[in-house]
Ligand binder design. Structure first.
Ligand code: SF4
Length: 253
């Protein structure tokens, strides 16, 4: 049975302190339930990072209706993949069918390009750079959630999408490998602690999954999607992961 407790969050981040009370389900909890907290923290950090850039006289180029960056490979953590799968499940039948068709079309193209294995198990070159996102970008596969150049799941979009804010001219985003895109610097993508917590719980390596393969990955990992842990413990573990680089102190319920 789900019970609630309050957890005092006290984080010292490079973008200033974050303090507040978070309601936590102390009953059994799945990984997906950590996502709203990660998204909320991301919003706070993004707002601060954007304000800092603006104070320095830079202008954020990103605007509603510009979905140029949505052809890039978007890396998400397993809990975010479960979150998107639930979101797709909650769509109206027509919309769900349409979105899933778009995912299928992309998967078929990635299969044709023999990129699936590489995308799900990224290979890094000698220079430490992963070549797949570049190949992916030039396939011109808009995200299945992009509608009329706008994000149709804006309030629920993953961490990586929230953190992608640029100050360089918007037209450059159409060719990010020819221009040096200036992104608003962020201290830590919140998908990283979600991925490392998942790795600890499953005794595996931290991994990120391309958004466009998420529904298929979720089907393959249905058991993990159903698994539950004591909610408070799970939340405390997430906060420890979030705070590893800059945790001042964790709170008590
Ligand atoms: S989820 Fe939304 S913001 Fe992210 S890539 Fe897809 S359409 Fe773009």
């Amino acid at each position: 049975m789900s019970k609630e407790a309050f957890f005092e969050v006290d984080l010292n981040t490079p973008l200033g302190p974050i303090r507040g009370r978070v309601s936590v389900n102390t009953g059994p909890m799945g990984l997906v339930e950590l996502v709203p907290t990660a998204l909320e923290l991301t919003n706070m950090l993004v707002n601060r990072a954007r304000k800092r850039e603006e104070k320095e006289g830079k202008r954020i180029s990103c605007q509603a209706g510009c979905g140029v960056c949505c052809c890039q490979m978007v890396p998400i953590s397993a809990p975010e993949a479960f979150y998107l799968a639930d979101l797709i499940e909650s769509l109206s039948p027509d919309r769900r069918e349409e979105v899933l068709k778009r995912f299928e079309v992309i998967k078929k193209e990635l299969e044709r390009q023999h990129l699936i294995d590489e995308l799900l198990d990224p290979l890094y070159g000698d220079d430490g750079v992963m070549p797949t996102p570049k190949k992916y970008f030039f396939l011109n596969l808009p995200c299945p959630f992009l509608v009329k150049e706008s994000c149709s799941i804006h309030p629920y979009r993953p961490v990586a999408c929230r953190e992608y804010n640029v100050t360089s001219p918007p037209s450059w985003c159409a060719d990010p490998y020819s221009y040096e895109i200036s992104k608003v610097p962020m201290p830590l993508p919140l998908s990283a602690p979600l991925a490392s917590l998942t790795a600890q719980l499953t005794d595996s390596k931290p991994r990120l999954i391309p958004l466009t393969l998420a529904p298929f990955w979720v089907v393959e990992n249905a058991e993990l999607q159903q698994r539950q842990w004591p909610g408070l413990e799970l939340f405390q573990q997430l906060m420890a992961e979030v705070g590893k680089p800059w945790l001042k102190k964790g709170g008590r319920p």
